[in-house]
Design a protein around this ligand. Structure first.
Ligand SMILES: [Zn+2]
Ligand SMILES: [Zn+2]
Length: 194
């Protein structure tokens, strides 16, 4: 195909797993439809440290409501998470419920509402949940996930897991930088006195 379509043209791929077809929803404001489905997770959903494995089941539980300007989507997406502890690098497994509410505006109406560049749109009776899910997940996930709140991490000197090594683990090493700093301090204090 040709190079990237312009913004005005449809960009939604009807076969993408997080794209919903709205044809079964009546456009009359107040009409409502509930939808549950399980879809495979897209790639790279998450942060560097923790995320949803590609292809894992995402359970969607959605309510679609017709409003004047478009379709209001409210729902949850339950998904498994895998990652590693930011301190001890142990593997982590968890699950996460993303809750979201988003208005998708019709592109074929002139509601007088200013259409922002990143506004979600209904295009050809399709909406794409993926950007909403991405924003929700990335904002909610911790930047530094921990296997437990008080994970002691790794020994900075030898790299052993401190949870295994116990509280008495330590090394009697004199850091040569301390000696150098001590020398500088002596010098400075000497000058001040003189
Ligand atoms: Zn840990
Ligand atoms: Zn150590």
């Amino acid at each position: 195909m040709s190079h990237e379509s312009r913004k005005a043209l449809t960009r939604i791929d009807p076969r993408a797993p997080l794209v919903l077809d709205l044809r079964a929803l009546n456009r009359r404001p107040g009409s409502m439809r509930e939808l549950t489905s399980t879809v495979p997770a897209p790639a790279d959903l998450g942060t560097e440290m923790v995320g949803v494995p590609e292809g894992a089941d995402i359970e969607l539980d959605l309510r679609l409501e017709s409003v004047l300007e478009g379709v209001l989507v409210t729902g949850t997406a339950r998904m498994p998470l895998t990652g590693e502890c930011a301190r001890c690098l142990d593997p982590l497994e968890d699950s996460f419920d993303a809750e979201f509410q988003e208005l998708y505006v019709y592109t074929d109406t002139r509601s007088g509402v200013e259409a922002g560049e990143d506004e979600r749109r209904v295009e050809d009776d399709l909406i794409d949940l993926e950007p909403v899910l991405r924003d929700t997940v990335v904002l909610a996930l911790p930047l530094s996930p921990l296997c437990r709140d008080d994970c002691p991490g790794l020994c900075p000197d030898c790299g052993v897991r401190l949870a295994d090594a116990g509280p008495d683990h330590h090394h009697d090493v004199v850091d040569p930088r301390w000696a150098a700093l001590q020398g500088l301090t002596d010098l400075r204090d000497g000058k001040q006195e003189g």
